[in-house]
Design a protein around this ligand. Sequence first.
Ligand code: NAP
Length: 296
Amino acid sequence: MVKNMLTGLQAAVLGGDARQLEIIRKLTELDAKIYLAGFDQLEQSFTGAVKETLEDVPFEQLDAIILPVAGLQATGEIETIFSDKNLRLTEDMLKRTPPNCKIFTGISPALLSNLAEKAGRQLIKLFDRDDVAIYNSIPTAEGTVMMAIQHTDITIHGSEVVVLGMGRVGISVARIFKSLGAEVKLGARRSEHLARAIEMGLTPFQIGRLENEVKTADIIINTIPHQVVTASAIASMQAHALIIDLASKPGGTDFRFAEKRGIKAILALGLPGLVAPKTAGQILAKVLVDLLKEDA
Ligand code: NAP
């Protein structure tokens, strides 16, 4: 039976940003005992949460470790905006946890996956989940509207917007621009995606025809994590066209050629955390709590 509270559960929140505050708030409200490392500059306090140095976290007692959404940095450090101190998660720390202790992250760079594997602990990537991706697409789409407003001198209403990709983000982005009165074209490769685009009142096209379809576009928004906005597509764009690339690093745009041609192209990553950290934190907190309750 799924419990209502998390009484008795012990978790460590190691570093992070404003999103972690929502997670800490939610977990402490549900009576979990929380250890915070990397929060020494945080003035706010939470009943049921204690600040520790990373070395003093009682790893032996933990049911869960909650890392920042990016997992670990390339240097192996845990990023935190609430401390100047370096936080380095070690294999030994993970090995000290009980075998059923779970490690939660947004995404997992290879370094983190290797560490968890070597320690034999389960790593849960929240951003791999469909529900999280769909919820997150809402602040992502709103952030994209913000970028479009900031970087153009025309209204979205009446502008021609090309959205590439019909996944979780592409659908939300296309819908929001359409609802603001843009003429939205949708580029995808699967016939069912093109059919869905028609149902949504968009103008679909095969992604292979991108070069022809961007000629009159004002804004091109890419959500496909492959190089699709090629030099030849960029060469056919109008000089004032704006490319907003949402796809994870390195994006799907030939940025070098865009710069050479004088077309503004922005790799706009991490929009949920930027435009709506509270909502983005609540999204993660909700899913995290559901998962922890299943285990409790
Ligand atoms: P998704 O649901 O997997 O959608 C990806 C889309 O790309 C699908 O429509 C897929 O179509 C298409 N695609 C993949 N490879 C393709 C190719 N070679 N040619 C044509 N189409 C291709 O992913 P998502 O959740 O929408 O996320 C999209 C990207 O945005 C990811 O990189 C994600 O990390 C990123 N993201 C960024 C932000 C931000 O703030 N910038 C926020 C959230 C997510 P098929 O079904 O045909 O493969």
